[in-house]
Design a protein around this ligand. Sequence first.
Ligand SMILES: Nc1nc2c(ncn2[C@@H]2O[C@H](COP(=O)(O)OP(=O)(O)O)[C@@H](O)[C@H]2O)c(=O)[nH]1
Ligand SMILES: [Mg+2]
Length: 273
Amino acid sequence: MIHKTVGALGCRPPRPPPSSMTARTWLTLPTYNEVANIERILRAIVAQLERAIPGDFRVLVIDDSSPDGTGEVADRLAEEIPEVCVLHRKEKDGLGRAYLAGFQYAVDHGAELVGVMDADFSHDPAYLPLLLEAANDADLVIGSRYVEGGQIADWPPLRRVLSRGGSLYARSILGVHVRDLTGGFKFIRREVLERMDLSSLRAQGYVFNIELTYRALMLGCSVKEIPIVFRDRKEGRSKMSLPVAIEALFLVPKLRRSHQRVEAARAEETAAA
Ligand SMILES: Nc1nc2c(ncn2[C@@H]2O[C@H](COP(=O)(O)OP(=O)(O)O)[C@@H](O)[C@H]2O)c(=O)[nH]1
Ligand SMILES: [Mg+2]
């Protein structure tokens, strides 16, 4: 089926799954040029979720019109697998905005728990049942490389240093205990997303993950880190770049300052009341 309408988020609305749209858990999967991975990863995700929460999930691919045809392959799979749907966006608009579009869509369609992971097998779908179990008693669950038992199996040294250094830097500037602040394998409760006001997130590249976790912590939400072994992608190319990493470096202190301003305004309001 071909969709021609352009939705409010500047994307074609995904084909509604043939069964009812109501599912408690929605896993969102942002993709850009993942044609070598998309079919295998979708099948692996669906197999894991089907075992853990049979029939009660949707997998939403968010594709930014990948030139390599990822979106078309995802459409074909959505025709075949009732739980899979695809949100097509007009152009590459960054990972943060892709996450946001997916979260908004999932929440609008009744999700109680929203998950996100990469499409390149860096996040092993085999962890999904463990993360889901942890989400029974946490508001935000993070698949974490930097807690005991977690690791990065095969990244080149420079990326290791950038990622670990970035997490450490953000942790010390923000003054929080969460160890993997930059990771993108997580489950978030609907209420957290609702309380956060998604439109106010900076939504720029990789700092999005840091901001999401920080804002959840500042709202008093419970955060659990589950150890994962992270593997470098075998197919396709990373969209991470040095400018994106540098951007994150500058944005972290801004996050801290804007939270401090909100706190100060709140304190003034309380004092005036
Ligand atoms: N929709 C969308 N997905 C993106 C964009 N940039 C990256 N992705 C996807 O986000 C995930 C993580 O990106 P990746 O390039 O693997 O980053 P890395 O893991 O940090 O090297 C992958 O599934 C990508 O296909 C984007 O601009 N739009
Ligand atoms: Mg990756």
